[in-house]
Design a protein around this ligand. Structure first.
Ligand code: SF4
Length: 75
């Protein structure tokens, strides 16, 4: 059984490219030109890992709520 994911955005790293809001608009929104996660945790969704992998600033981190294991971005 796979648990939920915790999604965080480092707003100091975010350059406001809007990539994540385009790929996963249900999970990210631009606020004052920088991305913010719309939820703290989410059911696993490929769009969320895509957003983390594609973020040009590596500002998005996705971890397992259960054990804190890093899910995205890929190392
Ligand atoms: S993809 Fe990364 S840099 Fe671009 S808005 Fe989202 S968090 Fe910011």
């Amino acid at each position: 059984m796979s648990g939920d994911w915790r999604v965080t955005v480092d707003r100091d790293r975010c350059i406001g490219s809007g990539m994540c809001t385009g790929v996963a608009p249900e999970h990210f929104v631009l606020v004052d030109g920088k991305s913010t996660a719309t939820v703290d945790t989410t059911a696993p969704a490929e769009t969320v890992t895509d957003a983390a992998d594609f973020c040009p600033a590596e500002a998005i981190t996705v971890r397992s709520v259960t054990d804190g294991q890093l899910i995205a971005p890929e190392q």
